[in-house]
Design a protein around this ligand. Structure first.
Ligand code: ADP
Ligand code: MG
Length: 226
C-alpha cells in the first residue's frame, strides 16, 4: 500500500511542541534528580545500576534534543546547490560504525548522473540519518538497508531507503509524522515529524510503502535544480 503524507499542519506545531518537549525532558530530569539525591544521602547498594540508569536518562535527553534541534533552533540557513549523492555518502559514512556493530550492510544503487538539489545540507543529512536509523532499529538481527536514487517525473529526484524490518500496517502508516507518535519503548516520535517538516521546506514530499513482515521503503522526493 502506498500513502502520500501531507503534514502541512506540522509546520504550525512548533509552539505546541515546545511544551511537549519540555515535558519529555522533565521526566528523565526528575529521575536524575532522584538518583542524585539517593547518592547524596549515602544510600547503600549497587551503584553500577544507578550509574547505568543515570547514563541512560542523559542519553535520552540527548536524543530528544538532537532530533528536535533543527526545529528548535532557528539557524542561519545556508542553502547550497549540491549533488544528493554527496550528502548521502556523507550520511552513510557517519552511520558506518553503527551499521558495522549491528551487522547491517548498506547496499547503494545510485544513478550515475548527478542529482543537484537546492538544500540546507545539514538538514537533509538529518532526514537521511533519522530514516536510516529507524531502518537499523527494525532490524535487530542485522540485514541490509538499500538506498536507491533515480530521476522521476523529470523534475524530481527520488531517494528510496528500504529495510527488511517488520513493516507498518496501513492504520499505523497514517500516524507517521505525527509529533510524539512512537511504537518503541524508548522512542521519541520526533524523528519522522522533523524529517517531514524539512522535506516540506525543501518543496519535496515523502511517500511510504510498506508490507507487513517484509519491510518498508521511504521514498523522499526532492525537486531537481537544473
Ligand atoms: P521513534 O523512532 O523515536 O519511534 P520516529 O518519528 O523516528 O520516532 O518514528 C515513529 C514511528 O514510526 C516508529 O516508532 C515506528 O513505529 C514507525 N517507523 C518508522 N520507521 C519505520 C520502519 N522503517 N519500519 C517500521 N516502522 C517504522
Ligand atoms: Mg526514529
Amino acid at each position: 500500500m502506498q500513502e502520500q503524507l501531507r503534514k502541512s499542519d506540522t509546520l504550525n506545531v512548533v509552539g505546541e511542541l515546545a511544551a511537549g518537549i519540555a515535558h519529555e525532558i522533565r521526566n528523565p530530569m526528575t529521575a536524575l534528580k532522584g538518583f542524585i539525591q539517593l547518592l547524596e544521602d549515602g544510600v547503600e547498594g549497587d551503584f553500577s545500576t544507578y550509574f547505568h540508569v543515570i547514563t541512560s536518562e542523559i542519553k535520552r535527553i540527548e536524543t530528544i534534543i538532537t532530533e528536535f534541534l533543527v526545529l528548535a533552533k532557528p539557524q542561519a540557513l545556508k542553502i547550497v546547490k549540491q549533488d544528493v549523492h554527496t550528502i548521502l555518502r556523507e550520511t552513510l559514512e557517519l552511520l558506518a560504525a553503527q551499521a558495522l556493530l549491528e551487522n547491517i550492510q548498506f547496499d547503494t544503487f545510485f544513478d550515475e548522473v548527478e542529482f543537484p538539489v537546492l538544500c540546507e545540507a545539514n538538514q537533509l543529512k538529518q532526514v537521511f540519518i533519522n530514516i536510516i536509523k529507524n531502518a537499523l532499529e527494525v532490524m535487530p538481527d542485522g540485514g541490509a538497508v538499500r538506498i536507491d536514487t533515480s530521476r522521476c517525473t523529470g523534475k524530481y529526484v527520488c531517494i528510496s531507503i528500504t529495510d527488511q524490518g517488520m513493516g507498518i500496517s496501513s492504520e499505523k502508516l497514517k500516524k507517521l509524522g505525527e509529533p510524539f507518535y512512537t511504537t518503541k519503548d524508548r522512542g521519541t516520535g520526533l524523528g519522522l515529524m522533523v524529517s517531514y517538516k524539512i522535506i516540506e521546506e525543501h518543496k519535496g514530499y515523502i511517500d511510504v510503502e510498506s508490507e507487513v513482515d517484509k519491510g518498508t521503503s521511504f521514498h523522499i522526493y526532492l525537486p531537481l535544480e537544473s
